[in-house]
Design a protein around this ligand. Structure first.
Ligand code: C5P
Length: 245
């Protein structure tokens, strides 16, 4: 893994909490982000917020001191993805996503575009989205964990910095790749949280124990009466002795 990807991890073993700011406008996203200053280091900008606010939201969030994960999940021909990656790297993003299903040439075009941009943006590949179940699979022969694991191994071999995977598959993927391969896990829910549209869910603690480095949570934090208190509670629940969060 590129040395810069390691820079995004804490010095210890505890994972980073990434709050997904899925809002329709910059204003409510920035209001929640302001409450999270000093609580968590990372926030995530997805399609909705990026389309509403543009690249400027990345600079605004970085201005508050956050590391910013731009999660636009690129899936297109290599030349088009390379151009999109150049734009995201230019915005100052610390991490971005492409789909592993885009294949070797597309993932490597993304990595080459990042390298040419000269930024430290981690490029992570989405395996199988966490709302999918076996009913959705177009490949009847393979099980969902097998497919996610296979995509993750391919992304690892292609040189990606890490993958986005369910906590249910993080343990298998960690064992099949390397200790420094970044595992980014969304679809996290505590027992008291609404599952919503997610399917392959897991608790933050189970994902941390399985080896996830980045725990992505949106609605259980952004929809809480006190987002900072919710984030603190989640961070406390995943503290690994001797690690940092
Ligand atoms: O609100 P919730 O905790 O479900 O948010 C999860 C976030 O992670 C969303 O922003 C979603 O786009 C993102 N995500 C996901 N599953 C993936 C990749 C990203 O839920 N496989």
């Amino acid at each position: 893994m590129a040395a810069h990807a390691m820079e995004h991890l804490g010095a210890g073993m505890s994972p980073q909490l990434v709050v997904a700011l899925d809002f329709p406008q910059a204003k409510p996203a920035m209001a929640v982000a302001q409450q999270l200053v000093g609580v968590t280091s990372w926030v995530k900008v997805g399609l909705e917020l990026y389309l509403a606010a543009g690249a400027r939201i990345v600079a605004d969030l970085k201005g508050l001191g956050f590391r910013v994960f731009v999660d636009l999940k690129f899936l297109d021909i290599p030349n088009t993805v390379a151009g999109a990656v150049r734009q995201v790297c230019g915005s100052g993003a610390d991490m971005l996503t492409v789909h592993a299903l885009g294949g070797k040439a597309m993932v490597q075009a993304a990595l080459a575009a990042r390298d040419a941009a000269g930024t430290k943006t981690s490029v992570v590949a989405v395996t199988l989205l966490t709302h999918l179940t076996s009913e959705d699979l177009p490949w009847a022969a393979a099980s969902l964990p097998e497919l996610a694991g296979d995509l993750a191994c391919r992304a690892h071999a292609w040189g990606a910095d890490g993958v986005v995977c369910s906590g249910q598959e993080a343990g298998i993927i960690r064992a099949a790749t390397s200790p420094d391969f970044l595992l980014v896990t969304p679809g996290l829910r505590r027992p008291e949280d609404h599952v919503g549209d997610q399917a392959r869910i897991c608790t933050p603690l189970a994902a941390a124990r399985a080896g996830s480095n980045f725990l992505v949570m949106g609605r259980p934090i952004t929809g809480a009466t006190d987002p900072a208190a919710a984030a603190r509670q989640i961070l406390a629940s995943v503290l690994i002795p001797g690690g940092t969060s």
